[in-house]
Design a protein around this ligand. Structure first.
Ligand SMILES: NC(=O)c1ccc[n+]([C@@H]2O[C@H](COP(=O)([O-])OP(=O)(O)OC[C@H]3O[C@@H](n4cnc5c(N)ncnc54)[C@H](OP(=O)(O)O)[C@@H]3O)[C@@H](O)[C@H]2O)c1
Length: 319
């Protein structure tokens, strides 16, 4: 048996629980990963609630992002070997001790040297979304970009990629996260009442592009500020805003297969910093989601599954 976070009916965070499930068997072409870290995303919570993400009929796994170590490979697998450190994403499945990957060519990559296993475990959704969004923003050196939710999982990557392309970046976040943004070369503003006045005061020469992580009101605010609709990317207001306002909704669905590898290397080489706000043990999954949704975390929130006891070979090194 192994353990996974699961839920049997849609609802709120309290529906999540750690359940004992059968240990998955590895078949031909498949890879079994012992998960070490599983990143949390608002998307997991939206899926848990059901709605447009569909409702669950039977017990469902939870979470998308993961990192870990290859435990075993099925016949015919040549790209991975046991012991490889890997990361990837698998919707409604990632938060489990033993994760069976049936399509490793599409789902799994080796963690590049220099990228932490913890950081890698929180990258899939936010990282791929950010890279796809940056392409859609069509930034040039000297552009000014406004990023909402710049302290969040997606925004903090978008903002730094834009800085790497030579853009000036103004990012909204709550006051407690302003120092973090400043340390990354992002000019912070507080969201809420008076946001657009504060942004205008900072950007006296205008804003060429914007990345919106929030609702429809934010998009109208950006358009009123004079930002061209075709230079606004929205990931938080649903699909209808594309037709209604002419903005782009290039989110994770527009990511390319190699975006994770590209971003993993960019982080390993120091171009992008992805802070880890807090790590929770898998047993603390309720607290972990509450932290993500209410505590304004500075960076990613991760679940950690316990490392296995040392092997005899590892023990021998210590004696
Ligand atoms: N379409 C897609 O493909 C796609 C992909 C990924 C994510 N998303 C969606 O994009 C959104 C952001 O995702 P994420 O992973 O970055 O979330 P996250 O890590 O939870 O970050 C949320 C960000 O929003 C900020 N924020 C909170 N309340 C706000 C408000 N009232 N006004 C403005 N900013 C506010 C937070 O700032 P503070 O913490 O500093 O207060 C934080 O920077 C979520 O709704 C998510 O579901 C969509």
């Amino acid at each position: 048996m192994t353990r996974r976070v699961q839920y049997t009916s849609n609802g709120d965070i309290d529906q999540l629980h750690l359940a004992e499930v059968a240990f998955p068997e590895v078949g031909e072409g498949q890879v079994l990963v012992t998960v070490l870290y599983a990143g949390l995303n608002p998307l997991d919570w939206k899926m848990l609630q059901g709605g447009r993400f569909g409702s669950v009929e039977t017990a469902s796994g939870n979470g998308v992002d993961f990192s870990g170590v290859v435990a075993s490979v099925g016949e015919g697998v040549t790209d991975f070997t046991p012991g490889d450190l890997v990361y990837g994403g698998l919707p409604k499945q990632a938060q489990t001790e033993q994760l069976l990957i049936t399509d490793p060519a599409d789902r799994l990559d080796r963690i590049p040297r220099g990228l932490g296993v913890d950081t890698a475990g929180g990258l899939y959704v936010a990282g791929r979304t950010a890279v796809a969004g940056i392409r859609a923003l069509r930034l040039s050196e000297g552009d000014t970009l406004f990023v909402s939710g710049a302290s969040g999982g997606v925004g903090i990557i978008v903002a730094q990629l834009a800085r790497n392309l030579g853009a000036r970046v103004i990012g909204s976040a709550s006051q407690g996260n302003h120092a973090l943004l400043e340390s990354l070369g992002i000019e912070p503003v507080t969201y809420g009442e008076g946001l657009w006045d504060r942004v205008s005061e900072l950007a006296t020469d205008g804003i060429q592009a914007a990345y919106s992580t929030q609702g429809e009101d934010e998009i109208t605010g950006m358009i009123d500020l004079g930002i061209p609709a075709d230079r606004i990317v929205s990931i938080g207001a649903g699909p209808t805003v594309a037709e209604k306002y002419g903005v782009s909704i290039d989110g994770e669905a527009r990511a390319r297969r190699d975006d994770m590898v590209w971003l993993g290397q960019a982080i390993a080489y120091g171009h992008v910093h992805v802070p880890i706000a807090r790590v929770f043990d898998a047993e603390e999954v309720h607290d972990a989601y509450r932290h993500l949704l209410t505590a304004h975390p500075a960076g990613k929130v991760l679940l950690r599954f316990p490392a296995k006891p040392l092997t005899d070979q590892q023990r021998a090194h210590l004696t």
